[in-house]
Design a protein around this ligand. Structure first.
Ligand code: SF4
Length: 378
């Protein structure tokens, strides 16, 4: 029997605000059938008969948009349905300002041991400009309350290269992030996505983004400043103090399989990538009728699996192991990718150290555009 995945992602698609840059699967929470959704989620959990999990990640949307009762319902039922005896990491995403004392108490009673906060920036004006509803002081209050409750494995997300953002503002944001004294930081450059307020503004010529040279300067600054403060740059956008890497996210970059539950969630099971129905009513109906809500199901060819292995693996600082690749796919790495690797080495984007192929600093900045070179025309 095939080994079953030991990781699961659960999607909570509700938000109390809709941010101007966001293209995630989510809806405004008001008047949504949230209780019914949580019941359906539990049905879906039962349908898949999940084995003992090593990592569990509740993301969104905004899980902290749930009320304390709803959060309690979700976490208690997950605790009853799932085997947490092997659990290493259980993350929940939250927005600063959402985590009231009663919600933190609910988290504390559960198996959750890692909190990922959507800070984005400490700059109050910028927060408004990107459509967020929290402010700087709420960031500090939330982190203080979490620490007081005993949560120390805390991560924050920050976005840089925001509209109108200057290098000085990035310097200020990084300093404030470091002052929080938490062990993990994720920093993303703003990406314009279709069907967002920002993309509309861009199309009308009304969005002023920093140029690529400024963005690259910001990236360089972030890298050197965080390294100076003993953070390891272990993935394109992620930085950690020793031992606090996100195990769940490493599972994605290792190209492992996982269960994806909830409206609009993606999963990867038995060689099949799938995506669940997104609109809440469609999701509810599908779970009622079939126990799951998979819509797009795609079995990957060996070629696609190899591309993903490279595409995802190269995101990590440790890169891709040639021996592991050859063992997994039963062919010569040199025959398959030798030429591409050579070309990228000559451009200063990749380097080889023993058995491992990995990105240089320049390669990491360009990120996915380097990884895309491993997608071969058949
Ligand atoms: S960024 Fe997060 S909080 Fe904002 S709309 Fe998207 S999912 Fe919701």
């Amino acid at each position: 029997m095939q080994n079953r995945p030991t990781s699961a992602y659960i999607h909570i698609p509700f938000c109390t605000q809709i941010c101007y840059y966001c293209d995630f699967s989510k809806v405004f929470i008001k008047n949504q059938p949230v209780d019914e959704y949580l019941k359906a989620l539990m049905e879906e959990v039962r349908h898949y008969e999940l084995p003992a999990l090593k990592t569990l990640y509740i993301g969104g949307g905004t899980p902290s948009a749930l009320s304390a009762e709803q959060l309690g319902y979700l976490l208690t039922n997950l605790g009853n349905e799932l085997d947490f005896s092997q659990l290493e990491e259980f993350t929940i995403e939250a927005n600063p300002g959402d985590l009231t004392a009663d919600k933190i108490a609910v988290l504390k009673k559960s198996a959750c041991n890692r909190i990922s906060l959507g800070v984005q920036t400490f700059d109050n004006k910028m927060l408004k400009r990107i459509g967020r509803s929290h402010n700087e002081s709420q960031i500090y209050e939330t982190i203080d309350s979490l620490k007081a409750a005993g949560f120390h494995n805390i991560s924050i997300d920050l976005i840089y290269a925001l509209p109108g953002q200057t290098m000085d503002q990035v310097v200020d944001n990084v300093a404030k992030a470091l002052a929080l004294d938490i062990p993990h930081l994720s920093l993303y450059s703003l990406i314009l996505e279709n069907h967002t307020v920002f993309m509309n503004r861009q199309k009308r010529g009304r969005l002023y983004l920093p140029g690529e040279d400024v963005e690259s300067e910001m990236f360089d600054y972030i890298l050197s400043e965080l390294e100076k403060h003993s953070f390891e740059h272990y993935e394109i956008s992620n930085f950690t103090k020793p031992g606090f890497e996100s195990r769940h996210n490493l599972m994605y970059w290792d190209n492992a399989e996982y269960y994806g539950l909830g409206a609009g969630a993606s999963g990867y099971l038995n060689g099949m990538r799938y995506r669940n129905r997104g609109p809440i009513q469609h999701y509810l109906k599908s779970v009622r009728e079939k126990g799951h809500s998979r819509l797009h199901e795609e079995y990957l060819t060996p070629n696609e699996q190899m591309e993903e292995e490279m595409f995802l693996g190269l995101r990590k600082k440790t890169g891709v192991s040639i021996a592991r690749f050859e063992e997994k796919f039963g062919l010569s790495f040199q025959d398959r990718y030798g030429q591409i690797v050579q070309g990228l080495k000559e451009e200063g984007l990749l380097q080889q150290e023993g058995d491992r192929i990995r990105m240089t600093k320049k390669g990491l900045f360009l990120g996915d555009t380097v990884a895309e070179r491993f997608i071969l025309e058949e």
